[in-house]
Design a protein around this ligand. Structure first.
Ligand code: GLP
Length: 219
């Protein structure tokens, strides 16, 4: 698969913003959105563009099993980075919740799904070994992910051990998928996932089976 290499982190935000901007011109657009450090330049750029979000519905890929008002919940992250800064209706943005079947019922006809990639090849919180058929569910986080994400918390003990994540099967139903990766430490796993064997050991490798995927990388 082609990995599009961009000049820098800000260009990554701009290029993916162009795709989001186009999607927002569709009638009642539906987006799936990521968290993590990678999409921050995307959200900054989207806020600057002053787009109309009033008919848009969004679903976040995942959320920790955590108090939603916790400063490091993905809920808080998204409000701070995007939702409190654009004209999206609070009823129109959603995070995975329990019962997960009820959340699944809401996710239909996704126009655009934006993903990051974890250092072990996870997408959303689908850790290595996740079934390619998986749906939204509660998962245990791997030690690697807990360690990677501890940089956002005061100590590693504060990182939640569980999350609710969209499944790989759920993600693959999106009409279009964009994966963003930032930093040299992601290049190896990105190459393995996009050009190596398609295997449940590398969850992101499932994207090789999707017809409409774009991969963007910057160092
Ligand atoms: C978390 C999220 C993923 C994200 C990954 C990478 O684990 N659940 O959706 O892709 O982090 O994060 P970062 O962009 O900070 O490297």
């Amino acid at each position: 698969m082609k990995i599009n290499i961009l000049k820098n982190y800000w260009e990554l935000g701009e290029v993916v913003s162009d795709i989001v901007e186009h999607t927002l011109t569709l009638p009642e657009p539906k987006l799936v959105l990521p968290t993590g450090s990678t999409p921050i330049s995307l959200y900054k750029e989207l806020v600057n563009r002053d787009l109309d979000w009033s008919t848009t519905t969004t679903f976040n890929l995942d959320e920790y099993v955590i108090n939603l008002n916790h400063p490091h919940s993905y809920n808080s992250f998204m409000k701070k980075q995007l939702f409190d800064r654009v004209n999206i209706y609070p009823d129109n943005y959603h995070f995975p919740f329990r019962p997960t079947e009820a959340f699944e019922d809401k996710i239909k006809e996704i126009d655009l799904c934006i993903l990051g990639i974890g250092s072990n090849g996870h997408i959303a919180f689908n850790e290595p070994g996740s079934s390619f058929e998986s749906r939204t569910r509660v998962v245990d986080l791997s030690e690697q992910t807990i360690e990677d994400n501890s940089r956002f918390f005061d100590s590693i003990d504060e990182v939640p051990k569980q999350a609710i994540t969209m499944g790989l099967g759920t993600i693959m139903e999106s009409k279009k998928i964009v994966l963003m990766a930032n930093g040299e430490h992601k290049l190896n796993i990105l190459n393995v996932a996009m050009n190596g064997e398609v295997t449940e050991d590398i969850p992101a490798s499932i994207l090789q089976n999707h017809k409409n995927v774009k991969i963007y990388y910057c160092e």
